[in-house]
Write a protein that binds this ligand. Structure first.
Ligand SMILES: Cc1cc2nc3c(=O)[nH]c(=O)nc-3n(C[C@H](O)[C@H](O)[C@H](O)COP(=O)(O)O)c2cc1C
Length: 332
C-alpha cells in the first residue's frame, strides 16, 4: 500500500516556526515538518538563540524534526545533544544545500563528492548522539553518479530515513528531478526513503506514488507555498481545485499579523510577505499585474492596498497544471 505520509520541506527564510504555526491554523495535510537548517558552530558555547525556531513551546502546531548543516562532527554532536535535551527524538543532517557559500566549504551538497568524508562524519556522529539521525540529500554535487558511491556508505548506518531531492548541487533548483537515478537509489536503499522534489499537483503526486510504491513519505516545499491547499488535497485523494480564495485570503492576513508581531519594523514584515507572494503568485497566473504591485510595494500601506486590489478583482485560483508525467522526469 503506497504511503500518503506528507512532510513539509525546510525552506530557509520561509517555513519557519511562524509560518508552520499559521499554516496549521488554516490548512491540514502535513504529518510533520523538517525545520530549516541551523548551522553548527565550532565554539563550545552554543547560543540559545540558535534554537529559537525549534523551541518545543513554539512548535506545538506541527511535529518538527530539527535539521543541522555541518561538516564538523564535534560541533554536530554538541548541538545534537542540546537539541535532544529539548525533547527531540530525531535530527536531520543537511547534505543537500547547494549554495556556493555552503558547498565550497564542503558542507551540504558540497560533501557529496567525498564519500570518505561522509563515512568519517557518520562514524563519529552516529554512535555519539542520543537520538535518531536522518539525512536529506541530493544525488551529488557535480553529477548524479556520485550517489552510487554514497549509497553503500548510507546503508552502513542505522539512519532513520533518507530523504532524496533527486537533483545535483550545481543544478540548484533548475532542471528536473532525475527520477531514474532516484529509482536506483530506492532499489539500493536499506533504509526508509522519502521522496522530495517538484510535487506541485495531485497528478504529479499520483504519478510518483504509483511509480515508487516503496517510498515511505513525500516531502513538499515550493508546491505547498504556491498552493497551500495541496497537502490537504493529496490527503483527501481529490483533484478538486479550491472553490474560493477566501480561506487563502484569511490565511495570508493571519501570516502578515504573525510576522508583524515579531519582526522589528513593518518594512521587514512586507519583505517577508513578498517572499511568500513570489510563490503564491504561481497559483494566480491570470492576475500577474495585481501581483506585480504586491511584489513592488515598499510600505505596509502600499502592500495592504495592493493586496486589497488583488482580492477585490476576484482572482482566479489556478494552481500548477497537472499534465506531466512521462519518461524519467517530472515535466515542468
Ligand atoms: C528558499 C529555499 C530554502 C531552502 N532551505 C532549505 C533548508 O534549510 N534545508 C534543506 O534541507 N533544504 C532547503 N531547501 C530545499 C527544499 O527543502 C527542497 O528540497 C527543494 O525545494 C525541492 O523540493 P520542492 O520542489 O518540493 O520545493 C530550500 C529551498 C528553497 C527554494
Amino acid at each position: 500500500m503506497p504511503s500518503d505520509r506528507l512532510y513539509l520541506a525546510p525552506l530557509r527564510g520561509l517555513t519557519d516556526v511562524v509560518f508552520r504555526t499559521v499554516f496549521s491554523r488554516h490548512f491540514k495535510g502535513f504529518d510533520l515538518a523538517v525545520a530549516p537548517f541551523i548551522s553548527t558552530v565550532s565554539a563550545p558555547r552554543v547560543k540559545p538563540s540558535l534554537f529559537k525556531d525549534i523551541l518545543p513551546e513554539r512548535n506545538r502546531a506541527m511535529p518538527v524534526v530539527p535539521q543541522l548543516l555541518s561538516n564538523d562532527p564535534e560541533g554536530f554532536i554538541r548541538m545534537a545533544r542540546r537539541i535532544a535535551d529539548l525533547g527531540y527524538g530525531e535530527i536531520n543532517l543537511n547534505l543537500g544545500c547547494p549554495f556556493p557559500m555552503v558547498a565550497k566549504k564542503g558542507r551540504g551538497s558540497g560533501m557529496l563528492p567525498f564519500p570518505d568524508r561522509v563515512a568519517a562524519f557518520l562514524d563519529r556522529v552516529a554512535p555519539a548522539i542520543p537520538c535518531a539521525l536522518s539525512i536529506k540529500t541530493r544525488l551529488g554535487f557535480h553529477g548524479a553518479d556520485e550517489i552510487y558511491r554514497l549509497m553503500p556508505v548510507f546503508n552502513q548506518y542505522p539512519l532513520s530515513e533518507l530523504i532524496f531531492h533527486p537533483r545535483t548541487g550545481i543544478q540548484m533548483y533548475g532542471g528536473r528531478p532525475d527520477l531514474d537515478t532516484f529509482s536506483d537509489c530506492l532499489a539500493e536503499s536499506a533504509l526508509p526513503v522519502i521522496y522530495n522534489g517538484d510535487i506541485r499537483s495531485p497528478a504529479a503526486f499520483l504519478y510518483l506514488k504509483h511509480r515508487f510504491p516503496a517510498v515511505r513519505g513525500w516531502m513538499i516545499g515550493r508546491g505547498a507555498l504556491a498552493d497551500p491547499f495541496l497537502a490537504e488535497h493529496l490527503k483527501a485523494g481529490s483533484e478538486k481545485i479550491p472553490p474560493d480564495s477566501t480561506r487563502f485570503r484569511v490565511f495570508q492576513e493571519d501570516l502578515f499579523r504573525a510576522y508583524d508581531a515579531i519582526l522589528s519594523g513593518p518594512a521587514h514584515t512586507v519583505d517577508r510577505m513578498k517572499g511568500f507572494w513570489y510563490y503564491f503568485s504561481q497559483s494566480f497566473p491570470e492576475n500577474r499585474r495585481d501581483i506585480k504591485k504586491i511584489l513592488r510595494s515598499k510600505s505596509p500601506d502600499g502592500y495592504r492596498d495592493a493586496v486589497s486590489t488583488f482580492f477585490d478583482a476576484d482572482p482566479v485560483w489556478r494552481p500548477a497544471a497537472s499534465e506531466p508525467l512521462t519518461g524519467g522526469c517530472l515535466e515542468d
